[in-house]
Design a protein around this ligand. Structure first.
Ligand code: ADP
Ligand code: ZN
Length: 220
């Protein structure tokens, strides 16, 4: 499970980690954006929260995540959680869902706020597959996704107001989870500065070390 501010690089890194470990990447943000794109009434309701930078109510989030974690691929292979849990209530609910097991580890991807603000204003994403780009790392052809050919645009919630609101909620609701996982001896902090390759290398090193430790000590 990966924690980190908006713009810390969670999404980009989780895609890479999912490929590296061959496990599903479960991103609540991606799931909610897919629901929005489906055009259903449910999707519209979610879009209102997202556009404003507000959190989606726990009963919805927990229902969606619970269903996803119940599928065969996550049960057999494990998974990477991105964007969930982000409140203490969600963290407790997750522990219950996974009991008697628990997460292997919680990673805190650390990037200072002034840097995430810069990254978010330049962030562009593929409308179709969600791949992240920026002015520094553009697609090869105009703003057409290298992966799927979709159109690369600015996210609707990457406006100044919504970014400010999301960072505030992160500080109030999500940052306390660092302490929560620290107390349970599950937290590993990783520096999120540097090139994407450098950060991926740091993450896999930290994850491998931690999983070896878990296997030796707790059988987790
Ligand atoms: P970011 O981390 O940049 O805000 P995400 O893609 O993770 O982007 O999430 C986008 C939006 O989806 C959030 O602003 C929020 O409205 C909703 N969302 C995602 N995950 C959760 C969650 N665990 N609990 C509540 N709302 C969520
Ligand atoms: Zn794409």
């Amino acid at each position: 499970m990966i924690l980190g501010k908006q713009g810390a690089g969670k999404g980009t890194q989780c895609v890479r980690l999912a490929r590296h470990y061959v496990v599903p990447h479960i991103s609540t943000g991606d799931m909610f954006r897919a629901a929005e794109k489906s055009g259903s009434a449910f999707g519209h309701k979610l879009a209102e929260y997202m556009r404003a930078g507000e959190l989606i109510p726990d009963e919805i989030v927990l229902g969606v995540v619970g269903e996803r974690l119940d599928q065969n691929d996550t049960k057999s292979r494990g998974f990477i959680l991105d964007g969930f849990p982000r409140t203490a209530n969600q963290a407790e609910a997750l522990s219950k869902m996974l009991a008697p097991r628990d997460l292997d580890l919680a990673v805190d991807l650390e990037v200072p706020t002034d840097i995430v603000l810069k990254r978010l204003s330049g962030r562009r994403v593929c409308q179709d597959c969600g791949t992240n780009y920026s002015f520094q790392s553009r697609p090869r052809v105009d703003w057409t996704c290298d992966v799927c050919g979709g159109e690369v645009v600015q996210r609707e919630d990457d406006t100044e107001d919504a970014i400010e609101r999301r960072l505030k909620l992160y500080e109030e609701q999500t940052e306390p989870l660092i302490q929560w996982y620290l107390e349970r001896d599950m937290l590993v902090a990783v520096d999120g500065l540097g090139t994407p390759d450098e950060v991926t290398a740091r993450l896999t090193r930290a994850i491998d070390r931690r999983r070896a430790h878990n296997a030796a000590h707790t059988g987790r």
